[in-house]
Design a protein around this ligand. Structure first.
Ligand code: 13P
Length: 249
C-alpha cells in the first residue's frame, strides 16, 4: 500500500526563533490521520528542527541540494552534508528552483542520482505552467519532466521517490486545481510510470498534489484515488492549518 504523506514546504520563511515557535506549535497539534508528516525548513534551521523533532512524528526534510559530492560550489549544500545532520529526505525540482535558479531536467537527473546514492528519499516536484495548460499541453510537459529526470533509474529506485505534481499556476495564487484536474493528472502520471516500470512500481509510488491546498479544500482533493497527499506551501506556516490538512485524510 502506498503511503499518505503531507509535507510542509516552508520555502524562504522563518528564522531560528520563528522556527522554534512553529515547531512547538506543531507538536501541540493532535494527529488523527495515517499520513506521514514532513516539514522542510530552510537550510540554516535544519539541524535545530531535526533535533527538536527527534521524539515526534514529524520528519524534517531539505528543500534542495547540489548534485556534486563536494567542491568549489559557493553557496551550495551537498547530500553528504544533509545526511551528516540526520536529514534523510530532500525536495528536488520545485518549480521555484526551476524558474528562478534555472534548474534543468538534466541537472535534476544528476541530483536525483546523487540523492539515491546517499540513500536519501526524494520528493520530486514537477508541473506545467499556465500557458501549457491553456494550450492543452499539460500532459506532454509533465511526461517530459518525469522522463528526463527519472527514467534513467531502475524500478527499485522508486521505493525512495515520492512524486509531487504542482501546477505552477496554482502555487501561491489561491487558485487550486480542481479535485478532478488533480485526479486526471495523477492518473496520467501513474500510467506514465506503469508504461515504463510496470504496475507494481506505479501502484506503490505516492503522488502528492501541491498548489494552494488549504484546510477548506484538502479533504476533497485527498478523496481522489490517485492523490496520496499534499505538498503545502503557505498553509504549512500555520500549525493549525497544517494539521487540519494532515488530518484531512
Ligand atoms: P502554496 O501551498 O503556497 O500554493 O505552495 C505550494 C508549493 O509550492 C509547495 O511546494
Amino acid at each position: 500500500m502506498r503511503k499518505h504523506i503531507v509535507a510542509g514546504n516552508w520555502k524562504m520563511n522563518n528564522g531560528l526563533i520563528q522556527t522554534e515557535t512553529l515547531i512547538s506549535e506543531l507538536k501541540q497539534q493532535e494527529k488523527t490521520s495515517d499520513a506521514e508528516v514532513m516539514i522542510a525548513p530552510t537550510f540554516t534551521n535544519l539541524w535545530h528542527a531535526f533535533q527538536s523533532t527527534r521524539q515526534d512524528d514529524i520528519e524534517v526534510i531539505a528543500q534542495n541540494m547540489h548534485f556534486a559530492e563536494d567542491g568549489a560550489y559557493t553557496g551550495e549544500v551537498s547530500a553528504g552534508m544533509l545526511k551528516s545532520i540526520g536529514i534523510q529526505t530532500v525536495i528536488l525540482g520545485h518549480s521555484e528552483r526551476r524558474a528562478y535558479f534555472k534548474e534543468t531536467d538534466e541537472s535534476l537527473a544528476k541530483k536525483v542520482s546523487t540523492a539515491l546514492a546517499h540513500n536519501m528519499r526524494i520528493v520530486f516536484c514537477f508541473g506545467e505552467e499556465l500557458s501549457d495548460r491553456k494550450a492543452g499541453n499539460e500532459e506532454i510537459v509533465v511526461e517530459n519532466q518525469i522522463k528526463k529526470a527519472l527514467f534513467h533509474l531502475d524500478a527499485s529506485a522508486f521505493k525512495a521517490i515520492i512524486l509531487a505534481y504542482e501546477p505552477v499556476w496554482a502555487i501561491g495564487t489561491g487558485e487550486t486545481a480542481s479535485p478532478e484536474q488533480a485526479q486526471d493528472m495523477h492518473a496520467f502520471i501513474r500510467k506514465t510510470l506503469m508504461n515504463k516500470y510496470g504496475e507494481i512500481t506505479s501502484d506503490e509510488v505516492s503522488i502528492l498534489y501541491g498548489g494552494s491546498v488549504k484546510p477548506n479544500n484538502a479533504k476533497e482533493i485527498f478523496s481522489k484515488p490517485d492523490v496520496d497527499g499534499g505538498l503545502i506551501g503557505g498553509a504549512s506556516l500555520k500549525a493549525e492549518d497544517f494539521y487540519a490538512i494532515v488530518n484531512a485524510f
